[in-house]
Design a protein around this ligand. Structure first.
Ligand code: NAD
Length: 489
């Protein structure tokens, strides 16, 4: 990892294009890489949200009148600024989240791709028009909904906010972002760079805080739509509260992603993909491989997975998990699984990184002989841990996957197209891969899971998000086909 010096911004609320000085409750922001305090973040109260909503409502009067072609010019410039500031943003994401530089840089690159999609919206937003009867035309227009909110988790401080910002704003809305209080710093730079790209003040605002501000967002009568990304527990609370208050809501939750590995899978490709999926971003990806169902004679692949996983070393090419509490939770899951009869093939507990003893590291961990009833097989561990279950039957493997309450991703590893199709048709997940460890759809395909991994209709990115960020106006116009004769004759 690079040793480039980083200037850490103070996390402040950002309203009407101005950063507010810290006032009221706050908490320290720590770098999980070494546990050091690098900044602080305000834990705002409802009165700050009220101010941000008024600023956004006022900005909306102007911004919503810009044409979409004018609005996306901001995102062409913003994308260029991301490219220009890539190294600095990468270092910031790594410092506040704990991921490695290549993983942090991937977030910036994905952010750029999300901007590219927003910039293409004028080309794909084809409203319809048709003469439905003689002299009568119907047309549809996608109209912005007003002031919207976006609530983000800790695991992608840069990318997840950009799942929502470019599309929601390009489509004419004004936004209040509530970053995770654990990683509020990347959002500060997003605000500065949006301003530099020419975004009018008040169109984008940040209100920092914890549970109190999330509840205030769900209750606020001036906010029309709430998008949320985080754990299933909180996704349910947010979805229920926001829709109870008659808001549009899309809430993405947690995950328990299953891999089904067949004996004919290419061992090298499968092992490299599976190890990278379970340990990448320290397992803190909602798309991470977490449970593997090995069908039949797969010992050679499992052996290879362990060999690949051994190459992933804390502090070298493996970052930290987010907090000491997260480290303890992950290690508790491993200990409980071992006590319940699982066999530990690779043990990442008690990892320490020289010179970063205050950091929160867990090494890659592979457990064999896990049974479907164990907590580690059912619950989201959110660490670099792979729980392997064994079966001799493809249908039983599918049944194990189907039993999961979640449904974000599932992947199958095989060289048989027929078996791959059989399995992907039957797994219950919104994003499915064949010989792909992290089956994230790239733009313009949309991102979103099923079951308890998503509440609400539609996906959060891509074309599907257009429906969430707009409302459809249907205009019927009646013309008198003879009328022109009156004045032209
Ligand atoms: P989290 O649910 O703890 O926090 C998410 C947001 O909710 C934060 O901004 C936080 O301040 C707020 N929050 C926390 N507790 C709250 C409460 N009781 N009431 C109201 N608001 C509350 O999630 P996290 O730990 O930051 O992120 C990790 C989780 O996010 C994992 O479960 C992961 O799978 C999930 N995730 C899902 C996706 C997806 O696309 N489905 C993407 C990224 C992360």
């Amino acid at each position: 990892m690079s040793t480039m010096p980083i200037v850490y911004p103070l996390a402040r609320n950002y309203i009407r294009g101005v950063f507010r000085e810290l006032a009221g409750r706050s908490m320290a922001v720590q770098s999980p890489l070494d546990g050091s305090a690098i900044s602080s973040v305000p834990l705002s109260g409802r009165e700050v949200l009220d101010e941000a909503v008024v600023a956004a409502q006022e900005a909306y009067l102007g911004w919503s009148k810009w044409t979409i072609k004018e609005r996306v010019q901001v995102f062409f410039r913003f994308r260029a600024l991301l490219e220009q500031h890539k190294a600095e943003l990468t270092a910031l994401v790594s410092a506040e989240n704990g991921k490695t530089f290549p993983e942090a840089e991937a977030e910036i690159l994905k952010g750029m791709e999300l901007c590219e999609f927003a910039c293409s919206l004028p080309q794909i937003l084809n409203d319809e028009i048709q003469e439905v009867s003689k002299g009568v035309e119907c047309r549809t227009s996608h109209v912005p909904i007003g002031v919207v909110a976006s609530i983000a988790p800790f695991n992608f401080p840069f990318m997840v906010p950009l799942w929502t910002i470019p599309n929601a704003l390009a489509l004419g809305n004004c936004m209040i972002l509530k970053p995770s209080e654990l990683v509020p710093l990347s959002a500060q730079r997003i605000a500065e760079l949006l301003k530099e790209a020419g975004l009018p003040d008040g169109v984008f605002n940040i209100v920092n805080g914890d549970r109190e501000i999330v509840e205030a967002i769900c209750d606020h009568p001036g906010i029309e739509a709430v998008s949320f990304v985080g754990s299933t527990k909180v996704a349910k609370i947010v979805y229920q509260r926001a829709t109870h208050n008659l808001k549009r809501c899309l809430a993405l939750g947690g995950a328990k992603n299953h891999l089904i590995v067949l004996p004919d899978a290419n061992p090298d490709i499968s092992a490299a993909n599976i190890a990278a999926s379970m340990a990448g971003c320290a397992g803190q990806r909602c798309m991470a491989a977490s449970a593997m169902v090995a069908v039949g004679k797969t010992d050679h692949i499992i052996h290879q997975i362990c060999e690949e996983a051994k190459k992933i070393v804390p502090g070298k090419n493996l970052g930290s998990v987010i907090t000491q509490a997260a480290k303890e939770r992950i290690e508790r899951y491993i200990a409980e699984a071992e006590a319940a009869g699982a066999r530990i093939l690779l043990d990442g507990r008690n990892a320490l990184v020289a010179g970063k003893e205050g950091g929160y590291y867990v090494g890659p961990t592979v457990l064999d002989n896990v049974t479907p009833d164990m907590a580690i097989a059912k619950e989201e561990v959110f660490g670099p841990v792979l729980a392997i279950m064994r079966t001799d039957s493809i249908d039983q493997a599918i049944e194990i996957e189907n039993r999961s309450e979640y449904g974000n991703a599932a992947s199958v590893f095989t060289q048989s197209g027929g078996l791959a199709n059989y399995i992907i048709e039957r797994v219950s997940a919104g994003m499915v891969g064949v010989n792909v460890g992290v089956p994230v759809p790239r733009e313009p395909f949309s991102f979103g899971g099923w079951n308890e991994s998503r509440f609400g209709v539609g996906d959060i990115t891509g074309k599907s998000s257009i429906h969430f960020w707009t409302k459809l106006k249907k205009t019927t116009t009646k013309w008198d086909p003879e009328a022109w004769k009156d004045w032209a004759s």
